[in-house]
Design a protein around this ligand. Structure first.
Ligand code: ADP
Ligand code: MG
Length: 389
């Protein structure tokens, strides 16, 4: 098994709860290869699962309570498994993290799971656009289903994990993160149609093509994300309604659409969403043709479109992409909603060190804190880890 799961979680569970866990499950974070801000426009996305993820050690409880602890959070939280949305209970910030696992337990309660003691451990940075939240929900969901012998197909489980984040945590995310965390296949990216919910694994093995994937956590604060994200969504909805289509995915004649819209801001947003959707199809086509090396041009075009048309990039991301290209990378782009988070770089494998050094040097020159580099390969969806690992 290829895993980054850290040993010692079983012992840590024993220390925390005074007994052994019944099972340990792990679910990965994800990075989106291409298809940014297309999900809520009913479009296409092409994420892949990371090696890095969240592990959850679990044991049943028969008192109707979920007790959650995390090696990355200071506060242990105990909450009834029966209950309405966590978000409505107004938990203080130090308990906020527990809304994800407790919310998941509440959603799954309707399907036959119950109380549990859960210990979380993770090697994914939080809030870096690599979907630690979905990894936490999905690992929790897999563990709870296992504990109670509840069988739910992975696609349905992804919907339930999305529901936990939407209704319990109060974050209106799409299906991409949870689908990638549960449905990914090793050495493949996951082509997901956000309208139909249909997905298909597309071969993506960078190492075999002589390439390496670098994920750069730019460590830029993304305080603006919430408001700007909501504004972009509203702009896309407004443009779709002015164009008389259900969603921007349905725009077939880009030139005609741009001619119809008067507002230059809306024109830029439409330009991005429509071309980005085509880039996802083109990228999937290149991968199917075994031409992963040609993806670089798609990544670069995506980055420029996100920077100039959708206007969601940030200086640390632009600098990382620029430095990577100068050092010989094939391509790179910001990933996630924007205004902070991570950058994805595709580089020839033998230039990965040079690219990493160039990005670090560019940050240093500007007096910015060093970015964090995450090396990964397209990994598989959530899996059970043998006890004792
Ligand atoms: P992202 O999904 O991009 O990492 P989010 O803001 O959606 O960013 O989710 C991050 C939140 O998920 C954290 O603020 C925390 O509440 C929760 N979380 C993720 N990983 C852990 C962990 N290992 N322990 C406790 N909470 C976690
Ligand atoms: Mg998240």
């Amino acid at each position: 098994m290829i895993t980054n799961h850290a040993p010692g979680l079983t012992e840590a569970f024993g220390t925390a709860f005074g007994r052994a866990p019944e099972c340990v499950w792990r679910a990965p974070g994800r990075v989106n290869l291409i298809g940014e801000h297309t999900d809520y426009n009913d479009g296409l996305v092409l994420p892949f699962a990371l090696l890095q993820g969240v592990s959850v050690a679990a044991a049943r409880r028969d008192d109707g309570v979920v007790e959650v602890r995390s090696l990355q959070a200071p506060t242990a939280v105990t909450a009834p498994v029966d209950g309405g949305p966590v978000v409505a209970e107004g938990w203080p910030p130090d308990r906020g993290w527990a809304a994800y696992p407790v919310g998941m337990a509440r959603v799954l309660r309707e399907h036959g799971t119950g109380g549990a003691s859960l210990l979380v451990d993770s090697d994914l940075p939080q809030g870096a656009g690599l979907s630690s939240s979905a990894a936490l929900e999905c690992a929790t969901a897999l563990a709870l289903c296992h504990l109670y012998g509840v069988e739910i197909g992975r696609a349905d489980l992804a919907r339930l994990a999305q529901r936990a984040e939407n209704e319990q945590v109060g974050m209106p995310c799409g299906l991409m993160d949870q689908a990638a965390s549960l449905l990914s296949v090793p050495h493949h990216a996951l082509l997901l149609d956000c309208r139909s919910g249909l997905w298909s694994p597309i071969p993506f093995d960078p190492a075999e093509a002589g390439l390496a994937v670098l994920v750069v956590d730019t460590r830029a604060s993304h305080a603006l994300t919430g408001g700007e994200y909501a504004r972009r969504r509203a702009e896309c909805e407004e443009a779709a309604s002015l164009l008389g289509v259900e969603a921007l995915r349905d725009v077939k004649d880009l030139a005609g659409a741009l001619g119809t819209l008067r507002d230059p801001v809306l024109r830029r947003r439409v330009q991005h969403v429509v071309t980005e959707n085509h880039r996802v199809e083109a990228a999937a086509g290149l991968l199917r043709a075994g031409a992963a090396g040609e993806l670089g041009a798609m990544l670069n075009a995506s980055h420029l479109s996100l920077r100039d048309q959708f206007e969601v990039s940030w200086p640390e991301a632009d600098t990382a992409v620029d430095a990577a290209l100068r050092a010989g990378a094939r391509g790179g782009r910001m990933v996630g909603a924007g205004f902070g988070g991570s950058v994805l770089v595709l580089t020839p494998g033998d230039r990965a060190d040079r690219v990493r050094d160039a990005i670090a040097a560019a940050y240093d020159e500007r007096g910015w804190a060093s970015p964090e580099f995450i090396e990964t390969i397209p990994a598989g969806g959530g899996y059970r880890v043998p006890i004792g690992w």
